[in-house]
Design a protein around this ligand. Structure first.
Ligand code: NZQ
Ligand code: ZN
Length: 379
C-alpha cells in the first residue's frame, strides 16, 4: 500500500433529518442564505414547501436560485454568483448538478476569480459555507470536493477540486429519492459503478482490502438497483444504494492505491458537453467500450478479477460481455446509437475529448487516435 493522507470534513446526517437544517444553519450563524435547486422535482414532491417553511419559521432569510439544469451551465452559475453577493452560505437541495453549481457559486462568490477561471485551473482563495439536502444518490458530490460545469459556449465540460468546497453538512435522506424516475435510477447506478471501476482498473497498486471494498460496493449497487426497479419504495435498498454512492467517490476507494485516472469520465464528459446526455447514460456507453480496449491493450489482471468476482465469469472477455448484458437488462443505453448519436460524429467527439485531456493528465496516454478507437467500439 502506498502512503497517503486522508481528511474528509463533511458531516453526514443520514435519514429523515431535513427538518434540522435551520438549526444547523443558525448554529453556524447563517441568517441569510442562497437556496439553490433544480427545475421542478422538489416543488412537485413537496420538499420545497417543507424547506421554505423550516427556514421561514426559523427567521432565516433566503434568496432563491432555482432552474439549475441537469449538466449545469456556466451562464446559470454566473447568475447565482450575482445573487450570492450578500449571503453567508448556500443551501443546495438536489442532486449532483445542484450541488456542483452551488460549489461553483460558493467559490466564485468568495474568491477574486470568475467562475470559469476556477475550472481552468485557478485555485479558489475562499468559499461560502455549503450545506446539502440530497435528492438523488449518484455522484458522491455530497461528500467530495469536486465540481463539474459545462461552458455552453466553448462546449467544454470541466471539473475543479478544492478542499474549500467540501459541503459542511450533507443530509442524505434516502426517502427523498423515491420519486426519482427509473431511468435516472439506472443512470445513477452506472455512475456509482463507474466511480469505483475507474480506480479499480487504473490504480497503480491494489490492496486486497480495497479490491474487496470496491467489489462489495459494485455488488450492492447491482442488487439494490434490481430491487429498486421492482419496488421503488424499498427503503432498505434505497439506503444501501445511497451509501454506495457516497462511498464510491469520497476518497475511500483510492486510499493507498498510488496514482489512478478517470478516462471514462473524460470521454463521457464530452458526450454530455456536446449532446447534453445524462452523465450516467453516457458512461453506460463508454465503459464497456473502454474496458474492451483497455483489456486488449494491457491484459490487466484486474479485469479478470472483476469478471470472476462480479459476474462469476472465467475470462475477462466473458466478464465484459456479462457487464454489458447487465447494463442492457436494467435499461441503460449501451451504444452511441442508443443515445441518438450517429457514428459520423465520432471525429467531433474525439476532438472535444482531445481539447480537455490535458486537464485530466491523460493527453499522453490517450492521444486522439486512441480516443477514436474507443469511441468506435461504442458504435
Ligand atoms: O431538476 P430537477 O427537476 O430537480 O430534476 C432532476 C434532474 O432532472 C431529477 N431529480 C433529482 N432528484 C429527484 C429528481 N426527480 C425526482 N425525484 C427526485 N428526488 O433528476 C435529474 C438529474 O439530476 P442531476 O442532479 O443532474 O443528477 P446527478 O446527481 O446524476 O448529477 C449529474 C451531474 O453531476 C456531475 C455530472 O457530470 C453531471 O453534471 N458529476 C459530478 C461529480 C462530482 N461533483 O463529484 C462526479 C460525477 O462523476 C459527475 O461528473
Ligand atoms: Zn461520474
Amino acid at each position: 500500500m502506498k502512503s497517503f493522507s486522508y481528511h474528509n470534513p463533511v458531516r453526514i446526517l443520514f435519514g429523515d433529518k431535513q427538518k434540522y437544517i435551520a438549526n444547523i444553519l443558525k448554529a453556524d450563524e447563517h441568517f441569510k442564505i442562497l437556496l439553490v435547486y433544480g427545475k421542478n422535482s422538489i416543488k412537485k414532491s413537496g420538499l420545497y414547501d417543507e424547506i421554505c417553511k423550516v427556514l421561514n419559521d426559523a427567521g432565516i432569510e433566503f434568496i432563491e436560485h432555482g432552474e439549475v439544469s441537469s449538466n449545469p451551465t456556466l451562464s446559470h452559475a454566473k447568475e447565482g454568483v450575482q445573487k450570492a453577493k450578500d449571503v453567508t452560505a448556500i443551501l443546495a437541495v438536489g442532486g449532483g448538478s445542484v450541488i456542483d453549481e452551488s460549489k461553483a457559486i460558493a467559490a466564485a462568490a468568495a474568491s477574486k476569480y470568475d467562475v470559469w477561471e476556477l475550472y481552468e485551473g485557478k485555485k479558489p482563495t475562499d468559499a461560502l459555507d455549503l450545506y446539502v439536502i440530497l435528492t438523488v444518490s449518484a455522484t458522491g458530490s455530497e461528500m467530495n470536493s469536486g465540481s463539474v460545469l459545462t461552458n455552453e459556449e466553448t462546449k467544454e465540460k470541466l471539473s475543479f477540486g478544492s478542499p474549500l468546497i467540501y459541503p459542511k453538512v450533507s443530509i442524505i435522506n434516502p426517502s427523498l429519492s423515491v420519486t426519482l424516475p427509473k431511468e435516472y435510477l439506472v443512470y445513477s447506478a452506472v455512475d456509482i459503478i463507474a466511480h469505483v471501476l475507474e480506480v479499480y482498473f487504473t490504480a497503480e497498486e491494489h490492496s486486497k482490502l480495497l479490491n474487496r471494498f470496491c467489489e462489495n460496493i459494485i455488488k450492492s449497487v447491482i442488487k439494490t438497483t434490481e430491487k429498486l426497479l421492482e419496488n421503488p419504495n424499498d427503503i432498505n435498498a434505497r439506503s444501501e444504494f445511497a451509501l454506495c454512492a457516497t462511498w464510491a467517490l469520497n476518497g475511500l476507494t483510492s486510499l493507498g492505491v498510488g496514482s489512478y485516472s478517470f478516462p471514462n469520465h473524460m470521454i463521457e464528459h464530452s458526450l454530455s458537453a456536446l449532446y447534453n446526455v445524462p452523465h450516467g447514460a453516457g458512461l453506460a456507453v463508454v465503459l464497456p467500450a473502454w474496458l474492451k480496449w483497455f483489456y486488449a491493450n494491457t491484459k490487466n489482471p484486474q479485469v479478470e478479477r472483476f469478471a470472476k468476482k462480479i459476474f462469476s465469469q472465467k475470462s475477462a472477455e466473458g466478464g465484459i460481455d456479462a457487464f454489458k448484458k447487465w447494463l442492457k437488462k436494467i435499461g441503460a443505453p449501451i451504444t452511441l446509437e442508443n443515445l441518438g448519436i450517429k457514428s459520423d460524429e465520432i471525429e467531433k467527439i474525439a476532438e472535444n475529448v482531445d481539447l480537455v485531456s490535458y486537464k485530466w493528465e491523460l493527453k499522453h496516454e490517450y492521444p486522439l487516435k486512441t480516443i477514436k478507437k474507443i469511441l468506435k467500439l461504442a458504435k
